[in-house]
Design a protein around this ligand. Structure first.
Ligand code: NAD
Length: 491
């Protein structure tokens, strides 16, 4: 059976740990590989390798660091298909969806090639007589990233591209559910010229994450995953003195006003609700239908759902693949027996045969105290909540404990502007259902969708992976030197 190893010092290594975790093929329901589970000793080996590499990598010029990212960009671009097919094989998403993931990852590499510009400091000449003041940004040292199963290529690229180009070295702990692509990316980084130790991968689960949190030589941790684990990583990491950004789960509301274009809104709700089988942190999971739009909108959504083709990634016509695991599929399917909503479409019979499939499901008249509304289901279950007014819709968005993304569908520019002003949420779409920012902005939710101060990637990513230093300097004529016990002042 294929074995997925760690990556330390630019080589795949097995380490001494004996624990193994299964990697399933979600399309067939069979085990396709086993992944090593790192022990604290293997985590320490990766950290020591990253520690040893950091001074040399930090000393590499900005152009040299950017050059590695340029080469990495070319290699990823040339291997889009190979990366996408590996993503599909372990995650189950369609090849078209996987290619989209690679494309959004590429954006982050491209942003990182421009980091030398973003790392420029400020300079104030003559802040006092003969005194100049300037700021510089320096890397943190060794930083780590812990990533979820749903974007095994893109989310690591959100982190390590900026971390590396800022002069840090990086230890990645990918999801144990689809770990192989981490090694492909590590190999491409090596081919791009990244020195040994600058990028290491430790495979595994909680044991590896806890070892990363406890390691005193890791300066910062980036985490993306579910809210309970994000909260744990944030609390334990900050207690251990680390800088932490921990992105959590979501319940993204798409508000549809009565004046919206209903076919366009239905297209958007179905695309954003069922793409990647609903396993996206920016998936639309709740449609909030305002006033008279409810019945026509639900009919239009149902009509589109009935045409979705569910199947494995090997079927070129499949639009929606399986869920990540048997347990997760069964948990999501279990919601269809819950109280608190009217099931319009039950996807449990949508696909015959093996694999962790569940077809798209639609639940109307969902009550806000039902599990359809309160839980992050993270699967192909779209809930519709009906309200009478814009104010009620906004109150729902703002009262929700999550604040990742939200969207408004309308033809009224004034309502749209008011919504972007009022929404208590980190990312807002206006007639855009999945408003994932481009790589030169930053990604992050509010409330229980993000613990920490700085969002992921973009300018805030550069800020997260560096610390600021301000230098005050003068080159006086020694002949003018004198003792002065007064507090220095500029005027
Ligand atoms: P998860 O929280 O189960 O796992 C995420 C990572 O944490 C994995 O690497 C896993 O091995 C590790 N982990 C799991 N349990 C742990 C524990 N108790 N202690 C320490 N580490 C632990 O998440 P998942 O199921 O892989 O991914 C789905 C979740 O991620 C959803 O909630 C989704 O909304 C969220 N997500 C959020 C974003 C975002 O940007 N906000 C993006 C993608 C996914």
């Amino acid at each position: 059976m294929k074995q997925v190893k760690h990556w330390i010092d630019n080589a795949a290594v097995s380490g001494a740990g004996t624990r193994r975790l299964p990697v399933w093929d979600p399309a067939t329901g069979t085990q396709q590989a086993e992944v090593l589970a790192a022990t604290p000793a293997e985590v320490r080996a990766a950290v020591e390798s990253a520690l040893a590499a950091q001074p040399g990598w930090r000393a590499a010029s900005l152009s040299r660091r950017a050059e590695v990212m340029f080469r990495f960009r070319e290699l990823v671009d040339a291997q889009r298909k190979e990366i996408a097919s590996l993503l599909s094989a372990e995650h189950g998403k369609t090849v078209a969806d996987a290619l989209g993931e690679v494309a959004r990852g590429l954006e982050n590499i491209e942003f990182a090639t421009g980091a030398p510009h973003l790392l420029k400091g400020g300079f104030s000449e003559q802040a006092a007589t003969g005194v100049d003041v300037y700021s510089i940004r320096q890397p943190l040292g060794v930083v780590a990233g812990v990533t979820p199963f749903n974007f095994p290529a893109m989310v690591p690229m959100w982190m390590f591209c900026n971390a590396l180009v800022c002069g840090n070295t990086f230890v990645l702990k990918p999801s144990e559910k689809d770990p192989s692509v981490s090694l492909l990316l590590a190999d491409l980084l090596m081919q791009a010229g990244l020195p040994p130790g600058a990028f290491n991968v430790v495979q595994g689960d909680r044991e590896a994450v806890d070892a990363l949190i406890a390691d005193p030589d890791i300066a910062a941790l980036s985490f993306v995953g579910s809210t309970p684990v994000a909260r744990h990583v944030y609390e334990a990491g900050t207690r251990a003195g680390k800088r932490v950004q921990a992105l959590g789960g979501a319940k993204n509301h798409m508000v549809v006003l009565p004046d919206a274009d209903v076919p366009a809104a239905a297209d958007a709700a179905v695309s954003a609700g069922f793409g990647s089988a609903g396993e996206r942190c920016m998936a639309v999971s709740v449609v909030v239908a305002v006033g008279s739009v409810g019945d026509t909108l639900v009919d239009a959504i149902a009509e589109r759902i009935r045409q979705i083709r569910v199947g494995p990634a090997s079927d070129p016509d499949a639009e929606m693949g399986p869920l990540i695991s048997r347990e997760h599929r069964d948990r999501v399917a279990g919601y269809l027996d819950a109280a608190g909503g009217q099931v319009v479409i039950d996807g449990r019979d949508a696909h015959d045969g093996p694999g962790f499939f569940l077809g798209p499901c639609l639940v109307d008249h969902v009550g806000t105290d039902s599990v359809f509304y309160t839980d992050e289901i993270f699967g192909p279950v779209l809930s519709v909540v009906r309200v009478d007014t814009y104010e009620e819709a906004l109150a729902l968005v703002n009262a929700n404990p999550y604040g990742n993304g939200t969207a408004l569908f309308t033809r009224d520019g004034g309502a749209a502007r008011q919504f972007q002003y009022d929404a208590v949420c980190g990312m807002v779409g206006i007639n855009v259902p999945i408003p994932v920012p481009v790589a030169y902005y930053s990604f992050g939710g509010w409330k229980s969708s993000l613990f920490g101060d700085l969002h992921m990637y973009g300018p805030e990513g550069i800020a997260f992976y560096t610390r600021a230093k301000v230098v005050t300097s003068r080159w006086p004529d020694p002949a003018t030197s004198a003792v002065d016990l007064g507090f220095p002042k500029v005027r």
